[in-house]
Design a protein around this ligand. Structure first.
Ligand code: E4P
Length: 217
């Protein structure tokens, strides 16, 4: 399963990329607004250069024509750029247009299987179902991932399931068991994946025993 980092924070991106742990990046307007200064296209280029994989950059327009114009500009920033469009009627049309031009497209803000079906029909490279936001309103976020997996497999769609809005390590584990193609994680969740209290306890005991023996390597 591919792991993407869900952030526009370059220091977090470089930290994770340096560890060889991430396959790409996703951003959204809220994440970019937290760190943006000056010309955003400069920051987007730096993000694309920091990883060897797809970087989702979202359009801000809501109509098909302007989405396509913005999408072309975003795609031109770097070969890693993937144009992110919302799952609306205009977004699906813009997806078809951009894919026809050879661009990669991530269709975001997906909350139902029927939406995911249409994104696949529109040729989306990635579909982003939002797990945590469904859970937030007492929905079944993980069931959505499972159902999209089944539908895409039933009909042989090659759109990749990019599970999004993941809030804790168990979300990631469940995505792996279901067979999501990719998970996008906030930096905090990525680092939570590596930690376990028994690892810390075990390491402390090993070092204490070694010190007690007074041995040198
Ligand atoms: C995905 O592309 C989104 O950027 C993200 O996962 C949304 O997560 P949130 O619901 O925690 O804001």
């Amino acid at each position: 399963m591919k792991i993407f980092l869900d952030t526009a924070d370059l220091s977090e991106i470089r930290r994770a990329a340096d560890a060889g742990l991430i396959d790409g990046i996703t951003t959204n307007p809220s994440l970019v607004a937290k760190v943006a200064e000056g010309d955003v296209s400069v920051m987007y280029r730096e993000i694309c250069e920091a990883v060897d994989g797809p970087v989702s950059l979202e359009v801000l327009a809501v109509d098909r024509e302007t989405m396509v114009t913005e999408g072309r500009k975003l795609a031109a920033i770097h070969e890693n750029a993937v144009v992110k469009v919302p799952l609306t009627e205009d977004g699906l049309k813009a997806c078809s247009d951009l894919v026809a031009e050879g661009h990669k497209v991530n269709v975001t803000l997906c909350f139902s299987v029927s939406q995911a079906l249409l994104a696949a029909k529109a040729g989306a490279t990635f579909i982003s179902p939002f797990v945590g936001r469904l859970d937030d309103i007492s929905g079944e976020g993980m069931q959505l991932i499972s159902q999209i997996r089944q539908v895409y497999d039933n009909y042989g769609f090659d759109t990749e399931i990019l599970a999004a809005s993941l809030r804790h390590p168990m979300h990631v584990v469940e995505c792996m068991l279901i067979g999501a193609d990719c998970c996008t994680l906030p930096p905090k969740v990525l680092w939570q994946l590596s930690s376990h209290p028994l690892t810390d306890k075990g390491l402390a005991a090993f070092l204490k025993d070694w010190d007690a023996a007074g041995t040198a390597i």
